[in-house]
Write a protein that binds this ligand. Sequence first.
Ligand code: GSH
Length: 217
Amino acid sequence: MIPTITAFERSPDRGRGLARDMRVRWALEEVGQPYDVRLVSFDQMKQPAHLSLHPFGQIPTYEEGDLVLFESGAIVLHIAERHSGLLPDDADARARAIAWMFAALSTVEPPIVERAMATLFEREKPWYEARLPALDESVAVRLRALSLQLGDADWLDGLFSAGDLMMVTVLRRLSRSGILNAYPNLLAYVARAEARPAYQRAFAAQLAVFNAWAINE
Ligand SMILES: N[C@@H](CCC(=O)N[C@@H](CS)C(=O)NCC(=O)O)C(=O)O
């Protein structure tokens, strides 16, 4: 059965692949599962039809027969559990890969998103300049630890897994900030992941959505 995911009709990131449908697209591409996409506007996301799929009125969602999922982490985990290629067969290695997915979403992503939101919405506020160093330090605390953990390995725990997929999508949010430049191994880690054919197909697919919108504007 071909699953259907939802994505922004017009992504605020203008096709940079930062919206969370990118993770789901990438996971589906890694496992070779074709998928359909239903594009939604900000207005549609808050209407009953979409709210029946996603209680918080966000993207992405995932529909596969009677199954409806929201939360990008849960969706990627579902894909990884139903197909081979994103989680190791060994039970302990599999548990560790899942731990890295949680680490990406609950330990590394929050300070990165908090910083990103401040740079987007608080730049003109009187407290912005004073707040930024603390936000930067919260991000740096996580990046220093992650960089140490990765060392000179290609991936976080053996072969590429859903843990890496999730972590890279989180780190990519920093790409324009220059913050990753202080961590050459993390920069290389992100570049290594972005070079994967599945990543490139997913990126091109979400970019095509933005370009199609931009041409019609
Ligand atoms: N924790 C959720 C976050 C979902 C989320 O924040 N989605 C954003 C796009 S990346 C969204 O729909 N924003 C519009 C809104 O919240 O109204 C996940 O990982 O799926």
